[in-house]
Design a protein around this ligand. Sequence first.
Ligand SMILES: [Zn+2]
Length: 337
Amino acid sequence: MRGHDLLHPRPEGLYCPPGDLYIDPVRPVPRALITHGHGDHARPGNSAVMATQQTLDIMAIRYGADFAQTSQPADWGVPQKVGDVTVTFHPAGHVLGSAQIAVECGGLRIVASGDYKRRHDPSCQPFELVPCDIFITEATFALPVFRHPDSKAEIAKLLRSVRQFPDRTHMVGAYALGKAQRVIRELRDAGYDEPIYIHGALQKLCDYYETQGVALGALLPATLEKGSKKDFAGTVVVGTPSSFADRWARRFADPVAAFASGWMGVRQRARQRGVELPLIISDHCDWDELCVTIEETGAGEIWVTHGREEALVRWCELNGLRAQPLHLVGYEDEAED
Ligand SMILES: [Zn+2]
C-alpha cells in the first residue's frame, strides 16, 4: 500500500479510504477522528466522532453535548479497528487530551501528529514518540529563527514584573484551551500562590482541568462589579486574547498587557497587539524540536502541513528524507498557539 492510498487530502479534510474516516475534518463528515479540542481541529456537526475522552469532554464543553450524533472514546495506546485500518491514539503534548493518531493498514503506518510539542507542560500528557513509515508534522514555527526560550524563564519574567509594579494589574492574554491553564499551573509551580483572577470565558475549561487532576490553585472571577479597580492592583488577571480587546479589560487599574504565545518571539507581533510584556510560551515545537522529532520517528517520508511547509520540506530533503507539503485547507495560522 502507498501512503496516498492510506491517507490523502480532500476538501473536507485528511481522508482515509480503507477506514472511510477523516482526521480533523473542516466540514461535517460521517466519521471523524479528532486529534484535540482546538477549534480549527475539532468542529461540531460530524455524525460519528472518535477522540480521547478528554477531547470528547472538551468538545462537549465548547459545543454542547450534541456536538456529534455518536462519540466513541479512544484509550491511549489501545489499537482499534475502523473499517480495514487500525487506529491508535498517542499523547501529543499539545493540550490536555491531545493525540497523535497512528493509522495502519497493509503493513504501512502513518502518524498524523496534529499539533504537538516536546517541552515539559504540567497541564497535559507528555508527547510520546511513535515510530512510523510516514510522519505528518505540523509546521507552525518551522523556520530556523524560531527557537522558544525556557517557559520557566518567561514565567519568572512575569513574576518579576508583578513584584516590580505592585500598583498595576498584570493582564495575561492566553488562549482559553490549554495555554491559560498551562500559564496558571506554571505560575503555581514557580511558587505563586496568590489568587489568580480569570475572565468568565475561562471558567468551564479551568474547572474541567481541575477535575482531570491539573490543580490550578485559587481562581477568582475577574469581575469589577464586586469591588473597585484598586482591588486588582498587584494581581494577575488571565483572560482570552479577545476579552482583552473588550471594554472589560480597559477598566482595570494601569494594566500591564502581557500575552503568552509562541508568536511573542516576533517583536512586531507583540507591538501590533500592544503587548508590553511578551511571554514566549508556545504549545508547538520550535524549529529544533521539529527536526529532532522527524529524525526520531525513523520515518522515511514526511508530510508537512499547518504553517511554513517549504523550509521544513527542504530540510527533510537535505537530510535524505522524502518530503512533501500536505495542502490542507481551513487551519488557522495562529488561532490557538
Ligand atoms: Zn492546537
